[in-house]
Write a protein that binds this ligand. Structure first.
Ligand code: ADP
Ligand code: MG
Length: 604
């Protein structure tokens, strides 16, 4: 019984597994690794999946479905040979083909699959992916994000140092950027940005338009057959540029032989508008992550379109240094998924990695809209791009006099009015009967990496109601287990007992100091609190480590001072004149920040 990793892509899908201390890609009987994510129906003969189906995309567009991953989780349907299929069912056919091939190659049953999904996939898209796996006879309890898989592949190659990475995934129809931090055994996605309509297909279209310009053709007036041929020719010419400097293109149109030449320089020109969009997304994600180009250790190139030399050239200019290429860019995500399959099977050679995610959408509750009582608005509880697991607590008050209960209605989405967001569920709780605005409840949202949302409401009498919303069916035992795990997460770092104790020791030092020393300790506490409340695991960890080091020094120095005092060599209050901690010991960590806070938050 084996576990495999699957990159279920929009354009291509592939699988990998862990064997002999390394990840191995799974080939089909023809030695191909990539399976085009295309399904075609052949009247009376069943289905074609992969390369053969992709070939028929040109000749039988009405009986062929492609790029259905873009519509996963939506109501979009595809009609093939008189029957209607959902994106989930079509994905299941791709997964089934992968499972059968893997069983044939590995000569054993596939017990489980680790499937990768875009980081921005919502609950519905994730749960449909799991259902597709189920239909295909695969257990897929754990989905991992594509950028996490790429970061894992990077770590396998370069070792697990502390790194800040930007994963640049340029596929057939989409571009996904992810800002990822790796430290200890944690891979954490801090921000995602992307464009669902920007990929290799756009480059093919731009090349096709160039070909038409060169030959004085009107693309729209070409026959459908010719348009399809032109698209195919364009993609072939594009891919040939990986190994050739000049690529001749030729196509017979209405008995006329049309030609053009594609070169790197020409393609660079053609791609300018696409590069402009990439540049904007790049700036956007840096802003979201509160980061700068100089803070990125490496940019990892992923996806088939990253194979283009012009894309690498553009990124090198943008970044000011060479991006990292981990072998074939279109296999990187699968390599990461295969490595994770090894982790899943607890292969000792590979360390257990904790892949953390971001919540790709906002979760919140509906609250009264004072200007239009009919249309509730969304009050966000867990913001989009929060690191998971995440937990947030807020207080809400009643809106009518002597109201008996509050109904907490839970939504997912980015829209202002709740009606435009996705309704997830509700929980009601009694409240103290008081005039409007005087009775209150506290609501806590906790969302974990498995896509399970726990919502608890507590009234001023201390009564509590809770609801667990999951995108999968859970057994009683699992429910109990999850609730227990949620409770751990619900205590934010600042309230965890060990951190409380740490802060108490600082306050003790503060109380026992005067003047400059006291001021400095005050600034330290402010800095530590900002780290504990940052919501980022890495920041919290760094904050705690630094705090412990500082505290140790503070205590040593205080003991020394006390001894000196005792010996009568120092008068009380002399801390101020001569800060004993010395610049380098204290301020090496985050000097600007501490000075900034002391000065009331001004930037230096
Ligand atoms: P997805 O993640 O969308 O499933 P892939 O990462 O497999 O897709 O990328 C598919 C895209 O990569 C297609 O647009 C294809 O034309 C393009 N591609 C594949 N090989 C090359 C190559 N050698 N040079 C340029 N583009 C390529
Ligand atoms: Mg992909």
């Amino acid at each position: 019984m084996a576990v495999i990793g699957i990159d279920l892509g929009t354009t291509n899908s592939l699988a990998a597994y862990w064997k002999d201390q390394a990840v191995q890609l799974i080939e089909n009987e023809k030695g191909e690794v990539l399976l085009p994510s295309v399904v075609g129906a052949v009247s009376g003969e069943g289905f074609l999946v992969g390369r053969e189906a992709k070939e028929r995309l040109l000749t039988h567009p009405e009986a062929t479905a492609a790029s259905f991953k873009c519509f996963m989780g939506t109501a979009r349907e595809y009609e093939l040979d008189g029957r209607v299929y959902t994106p989930m069912e079509l994905s299941a056919m791709v997964l089934e083909r992968i499972r059968k091939n893997a069983e044939y190659v590995l000569k054993e049953e596939i017990e489980e699959a680790i499937i990768t999904v875009p980081a921005y996939f919502n609950d519905k898209q994730r749960s449909d992916t799991k259902k597709a796996a189920q239909i295909a006879g695969l257990k897929a309890d754990r989905l991992i994000n594509e950028p996490s898989a790429a970061a894992l592949a990077y770590q396998m190659k370069y070792g697990a140092e502390e790194k800040t990475l930007l994963v640049f995934d340029f596929g057939g129809g989409t571009l996904d950027l992810s800002y990822v931090e790796c430290f200890d055994n944690v891979i954490e996605i801090l921000a995602v940005a992307g464009d669902n309509h920007l990929g290799g297909d756009d480059i093919d279209r731009a090349i096709g338009a160039y070909f038409c310009r060169e030959n004085g053709l009107q693309e729209e007036s070409l026959s459908l057959e010719d348009q399809a041929q032109l698209r195919k020719l364009s993609e072939q010419a594009k891919c040939a540029l990986e190994s050739q400097e000049t690529v001749p293109m030729e196509l017979q149109v209405e008995g006329r032989s049309c030609r053009a030449v594609l070169e790197e320089e020409i393609l660079f020109e053609i791609c300018m508008p696409i590069f402009g969009k990439i540049r904007n997304l790049f700036l956007h994600i840096l802003e979201d992550a509160g980061s700068r180009v100089s803070q990125i250790d490496d940019l990892i190139m992923v996806g088939g379109s990253s194979r283009l030399p012009v894309v690498k050239r553009f990124l090198t200019e943008l970044l000011g240094k060479e991006p990292v290429v981990l072998g074939d860019t279109d296999k990187v995500v699968a390599l990461g998924a295969g490595a994770y399959a090894g982790i899943r099977q607890r292969r000792e050679e590979i360390r257990d990695m904790l892949l953390t995610d971001v919540c790709p959408f906002t979760l919140g509750i509906g609250v009264l809209n004072r200007s239009n009582r009919e249309k509730d608005i969304l009050s966000p509880m867990i913001e989009r791009n929060s690191t998971l697991p995440a937990s947030h607590r807020s207080r809400f008050v009643t809106t009518s006099d002597f109201q008996k209960e509050i109904m907490v209605r839970i939504y997912q989405g980015e829209e202002y009015y709740v009606d435009n967001n996705v309704f997830l569920g509700q929980v009601s709780i009694e409240v103290a009967q008081k005039p409007a605005g005087q009775a209150w409840i506290e609501v806590q949202f906790t969302y974990d990496i498995n896509g399970i949302l726990h919502v608890a409401a507590e009234n001023e009498m201390g009564e509590r109601r809770q609801v667990l919303l999951a995108n999968q069916t859970l057994s009683e035992a699992e429910l109990r287990q999850y609730t227990k795990e949620m409770e751990k997460v619900m205590v934010p770092p600042v309230q965890q007992p060990e951190n409380q104790e740490l802060l108490a020791r600082f306050l003790h030092e503060y109380e026992n100091s005067v003047g400059g020393r006291r001021e400095q300790i005050g600034a330290m506490v402010g800095w530590i609190l900002s780290k504990l409340e940052s919501g980022r695991r890495k920041e919290v960890r760094n904050g705690v480590e630094t705090a412990k080091r500082w505290l140790e020094q503070l205590e040593i120095q205080r003991n020394m001072q006390e001894e000196l005092l005792f010996d009568g060599e120092l008068k009380e209050g002399s801390w101020e004149e001569e800060p004993f901690w010395g610049e380098e010991t204290f301020w090496e960590e985050e000097p600007e920040k501490i000075v900034g806070e002391k000065n009331g938050g001004d930037e230096e």
